[in-house]
Design a protein around this ligand. Structure first.
Ligand code: TYD
Length: 191
């Protein structure tokens, strides 16, 4: 089972994936938790490129799109192995992030055609103003107008791809409970 948590910057993905990992481990599952960009050389390159002032230029974004796809391909090896072992994989972001952050849907789908698609996608939906307060000054992506645009793209994609949308304006514990309510039945668990 490959579970993905998506959402705009500051929506709480990293805290929620950590809590989800802990809950599933305590329930006896073997869990692999990953995030994108990953810790590979390509992931580290992406992270340093995201600090660049040119990061919103179209060609720079295309380069990032290719690098995100490459980073994801590297990560797939780990994910495939975990799937074979029967582990639950939890990811903070996936190829869906490229679909909303980078332009050109057809091209993004093409360069990501060999990556595994998550079985369940939980979208943490949050007001950009709230999100931005949580991650002030981290990189160029974090401004309200930009996050508003990304949020809308996520909501459109959620409808098309049947994501589970959760209100992430709530407190951390309430959001986690809502996530558990989505995941538990998929794993035959009672909560
Ligand atoms: P983020 O999840 O914020 O990572 P970190 O916690 O290490 O800062 O991701 C970094 C940025 O990368 C974020 O603003 C979204 C962006 N991004 C894309 O533009 N495309 C992608 O495919 C992915 C995975 C992330």
């Amino acid at each position: 089972m490959y579970i993905c948590i998506e959402g705009i910057d500051g929506s709480g993905k990293s805290s929620q994936t950590l809590l989800l990992e802990k809950w599933l481990q305590e329930a006896g599952f073997d869990v692999l938790r990953v995030f994108e960009p990953s810790q590979s050389v390509v992931g580290n390159l992406i992270r340093s490129m995201l600090q660049d002032s040119k990061a919103s230029d179209i060609n720079f974004q295309r380069t990032l799109g290719l690098l995100f796809a490459a980073d994801r391909m590297i990560l797939m090896e780990k994910i495939r192995k975990a799937e074979i072992k029967g582990s639950i994989i939890i990811t903070d972001r996936s190829f869906y992030s490229s679909l909303v952050y980078q332009d050109g849907e057809e091209w993004i789908r093409e360069i990501n055609k060999h990556v595994l698609k998550p079985d369940i996608v939980v979208l943490l939906d949050i007001e950009p103003e709230t999100a931005i307060k949580r991650c002030e000054g981290k990189d160029h992506f974090e401004n309200v107008v930009f996050l508003e645009k990304i949020r809308k793209k996520y909501m459109d994609l959620a409808e098309k791809e049947k994501f589970y949308v959760i209100n992430a304006n709530n407190g951390i514990n309430k959001v986690q409970e809502d996530i558990k309510r989505v995941i538990a039945p998929k794993l035959g668990m009672c909560i």
